[in-house]
Design a protein around this ligand. Structure first.
Ligand code: BGC
Length: 567
């Protein structure tokens, strides 16, 4: 049976025109700005391109490959943290916010990158890790040698332990990375000392954002990079910087991992204090003549709470990873997209859509049929077809969109990394119960041959590349008109031509069960087929782009989608 897009089996139409929250101190509505429908390419620096052959990507490697990002059709890059760091969490553990890690280059390289990107018309969005710093940050080092109650310790969350000699953590709170969220220190005489709070790894002590020294310091961090031409910040784990002074047990079991999207409200996440800080950052950003973009990584349990982060004097947009979690199911997609879009409109803004990131499983693998692990070089699996269709949908939504490097190549999650090569603290802190995020962070394949397929001059890279990636390298795909890379290039080129900057409306058209038909404007539709049967399109529909070629009967195949214009 062939399903028809217009069938009335399941009908739900919604037009999104939610009225934005208006707060008394609102400034005038922001008119269309550069990020409104920008495509932001996420560069995970360690795995993008290596110029000095140490097996780790770096800034100069990125400079060499900027034309690739531009030609893909991106408008901006979000670059993972390049600051000085012991790299115990890939740079999300910063020990100096005002300089660049020698692993990645120098401050001069960073400036060259910013300038070269701007010459190409690419904006630069850095990653600001403000919830915590590295335990090697000078502040934390002096806190360790300072007494209980000192101003040095006030910059963090130091507390006395419970039980005899304070040997038990202050409470039962858990880390997102596994294990307790408290780490015990040692006093100078070797006796057990106070505990400090770490929402992530113990090498990432949380900063006390109620403290004015912390606040003023980060104002300077923002200004330091804005003054160098950076166009914005992706604000790492930003909901975590708000914390209430309430140290009750939360009822965690010993093996629980804290998941911000799952747990009922806790005092150490998404507390009211965060909004004061966001308003402060916005004031710092607003001083600049060119618009500086504050994009929050906001993970909250109740999506409606996203709106609070998007009030006009707070963030311009949020990245939510909820779309990275939906299954291959029309209703799940429709529900999640509608909920996120409504929440951001209520808050006065648009979403930045994303299907993956350096923290998530690769889209191809997420949508793969159970048990159908791709054979090396197999680029036509169910997972590939679905991922291509899902991107067609995400790119049709109003707002900006983020593409994690390698998604445009259809790279899959690498699951067979040898134990002794794994790096993610999650793997170790959960005693290997959780595999962690290394599998999506594998160095990119650029060429068909050569050591590490053009990623580096040396074969041994910081995470090993799997076999079979020559077949999905950039070089291979550029030569193949039907490749995923070429599809992305077509989609992005079309997207920048057909959508205007200020149109934030869309509706779901009536469609058959398992078919999504999203409409924008009078004649654009994006139709995605989640059913097990082909879907016929109307005679008046012109196909603008399809995730896989349509059959001669004008049918959108199973696990495929198309952008259509009604003539
Ligand atoms: C980043 C992760 C990082 C964590 C701690 C996240 O949101 O995206 O990669 O491990 O914050 O900084």
């Amino acid at each position: 049976m062939i399903a028809d897009v217009g069938a009335r089996e399941r009908i739900r139409t919604s037009i999104h025109r939610a009225s934005p929250i208006v707060t008394p101190d609102d400034e005038t509505t922001t008119s269309a700005t550069w990020w409104h429908r920008a495509v932001i390419y996420e560069v995970y620096l360690k795995s993008f391109a290596d110029s000095d052959n140490d097996g780790v990507g770096d800034i100069k490697g990125l400079i060499d490959r900027l034309p690739y990002i531009k030609e893909l059709g991106a408008d901006a890059m979000w670059i993972s943290p390049w600051f000085v760091s012991p790299m115990l969490d890939g740079g999300y553990d910063v020990s100096d916010y005002f300089d660049v890690s020698p692993l990645f280059g120098t401050l001069a390289d960073a400036q060259e990158l910013i300038d070269a990107s701007h010459r190409l018309g690419l904006r630069v969005v850095l990653d600001l890790v403000a919830n915590h710093c590295s335990s090697e940050h000078p502040w934390f080092q002096s806190a360790l040698t300072s007494p209980r109650g000192s101003k040095e310790r006030e910059l963090f969350y130091f507390r006395d332990g419970r039980g005899e000699n304070g040997l038990e953590p202050p409470n039962d709170w858990k880390s997102i990375f596994g294990g307790p969220a408290w780490t015990q220190t040692r006093n100078a005489d070797g006796t057990p000392g106070q505990w400090y709070f770490n929402l992530f790894d113990s090498s990432q002590p949380d900063l006390n954002w109620k403290n004015e020294t912390v606040r003023a310091y980060f104002d300077d961090v923002l200004r330091f990079w804005f003054d160098r031409g950076v166009d914005g910040f992706r604000l790492d784990s930003v909901a975590a910087i708000g914390k209430d002074d309430d140290y009750r047990d939360m009822g965690f079991a010993p093996d629980d991992l804290y998941r911000p999207d799952k747990w009922a409200p806790v005092p150490f996440f998404d507390a009211e204090g965060v909004h004061e800080v966001l308003r402060r950052w916005r004031r710092v950003a607003n001083v600049y003549e060119s618009e500086k973009f504050l994009l929050g990584e906001v993970v909250v349990r109740d999506i409606d709470r996203l709106a609070r982060y998007l009030r006009r004097d707070e963030l311009q947009s949020t990245l939510s990873f909820d779309l990275c979690k939906v299954s291959w199911d029309a209703d799940e997609f429709r529900h999640m997209i509608t909920t996120l879009h409504d929440a951001s409109l209520t808050g006065h803004s648009w979403m930045t859509w994303t299907l993956s990131s350096h923290d998530e499983m690769r889209t191809v693998s997420r949508f793969e049929d159970e048990g159908a692990a791709s054979a090396p070089g197999d680029v036509a699996t169910t997972g590939h077809r679905r991922a291509r269709a899902a991107y067609l949908l995400a790119m049709a939504l109003p707002g900006s969109a983020c593409i994690f490097q390698g998604e445009e190549l259809g790279l899959w999650e690498v699951t067979d990394i040898p134990d002794d090569r794994r790096q993610d603290p999650i793997y170790f802190r959960t005693a290997k119960r959780q595999i962690g995020r290394d599998g999506c962070r594998i160095p990119l394949p650029w060429e068909n041959d050569g050591p590490s397929l053009g990623f580096s001059g040396r074969a041994e890279t910081w995470l090993p590349q799997p076999s079979g990636w020559a077949d999905v390298s950039v070089a291979t795909q550029l030569d193949d008109e039907t490749s995923t890379l070429q599809l992305f290039r077509s989609i992005l080129a079309l997207r920048s031509r057909i959508f205007s900057d200020d149109n934030w409306e869309f509706s779901w058209e009536p469609s058959a069960t398992g078919v999504l038909a999203l409409r924008r404007g009078p004649n654009f539709r994006c139709v995605i087929n989640f059913t097990g049967e082909p879907v016929r399109i109307g005679d008046d529909d012109e196909v603008l782009v399809a995730s896989s070629p349509l059959s001669s009967d004008r049918e959108i195949g199973v696990n495929c989608g198309a952008w259509l214009r009604t003539r």
